[in-house]
Design a protein around this ligand. Structure first.
Ligand SMILES: [Fe+2]
Length: 313
């Protein structure tokens, strides 16, 4: 007759087998749609899309668009995404904040309906309108989608969606801890998504040219940000090709897209949509074994950034 210890041992072995089987079932092509992906593990959900070392993703900021736009995805952007030919369609998307004008259930329901049309996982770096705005629940994203931010690895690369609204326009708190871990892993490329242009703060915005870069300095920017002292040294030390991509432009901002370099391998980008005369812009990013190609598309065609390849050829 088996002893209790032997039975426990057998159960442990069986649970290990069951656990392995469960993992294999999880290791599947992406079936997660829209912001529902925030509750999942992107390393699992995106694995199949990146299995051959090549993948493409879309980055869009301020997708509620104009302040008089009714709700859901800004129509010119939704049309542009839907019109992408099969060969240019992204495997997943990142929204760099200000997804809704007001973070109420009806607005999020409309966004979910619009995103379902594309059938792809979508991740979010929340903006100042996405929680706590106009007396609404500050934790609406956490309650609705299960996470306020996300960090993951995909092949040799690393991704981080930050909640800069929570940290007054900075990468800080749990986002900073996640960034430290990703940097320590020495990825080939590191993509950091933020709503606020984290390299801008109220002090720097005393210069009108800097102030014109962002939709509104009063929308959650730090008086004195931590980018120069804390974030940039960390990014440089990672040795990665780093892309910090923000979404808070093209509504009140004088720019519809913007690119600058904080250091030789630390690239700063912003694109968004709204009241700007050029309507808006979004990014399509192709990654393969040779590097990263960023294609900035304006919603009224062209863009001053155009296509850029990293490392440059
Ligand atoms: Fe904003």
């Amino acid at each position: 007759m088996s002893s209790p210890v032997a039975i426990l041992g057998l159960l442990a072995v069986l649970s290990g087998v069951v656990g392995t089987t469960f993992y294999l079932q999880q290791d599947r092509p992406a079936t997660v749609i829209g912001l529902g992906a925030m509750a999942g593990d992107p390393a699992v959900d995106l694995k199949a899309a990146a299995a051959d070392g090549r993948y493409r993703f879309l980055v869009a900021g301020h997708v509620y668009g104009r302040h008089d736009h009714s709700s859901g995805l800004f129509a010119p952007f939704e049309e542009a995404w839907a019109a992408l030919p099969e060969a240019r369609r992204p495997d997943f998307a990142i929204l760099t904040g200000d997804v809704v004008l007001r973070p109420d259930a009806a607005s999020w329901n409309l966004i979910d309906e619009d995103l379902a049309r594309f059938g792809k996982p979508v991740y979010l770096a929340p903006g100042n309108h996405d929680g706590g705005y106009a007396g609404q629940d500050r934790d609406v994203i956490l309650k609705r989608y299960g996470a306020r931010g996300k960090a993951w690895r995909l092949g040799r690369d690393a991704f981080l969606c930050c909640d800069t609204q929570r940290y007054r326009g900075n990468i800080d708190g749990d986002d900073l801890e996640a960034l430290k871990q990703l940097c320590a892993a020495k990825p080939r490329a590191l993509f950091v998504f933020v709503h606020h242009l984290v390299w801008v703060d109220a002090e720097k915005a005393a210069d009108p040219a800097v102030k014109g870069l962002v939709n509104s300095v009063s929308a959650g920017y730090a008086d004195k940000g931590n980018f120069d002292q804390v974030i940039l040294p960390l990014l440089e030390k990672s040795g990665a090709e780093v892309f910090v991509i923000a979404g808070d432009v093209a509504a009140g901002a004088k720019v519809v897209e913007w690119r600058g370099e904080a250091a030789p391998k630390v690239h700063l980008l912003a694109s968004g949509m709204g009241e700007h005369p050029h309507v808006g812009s979004y990014l399509l990013i192709d990654v393969d074994d040779e590097g990263i190609e960023i294609d900035c598309q304006r919603l009224d065609q062209g863009s001053h950034i155009g296509k850029a390849r990293f490392p440059e050829r």
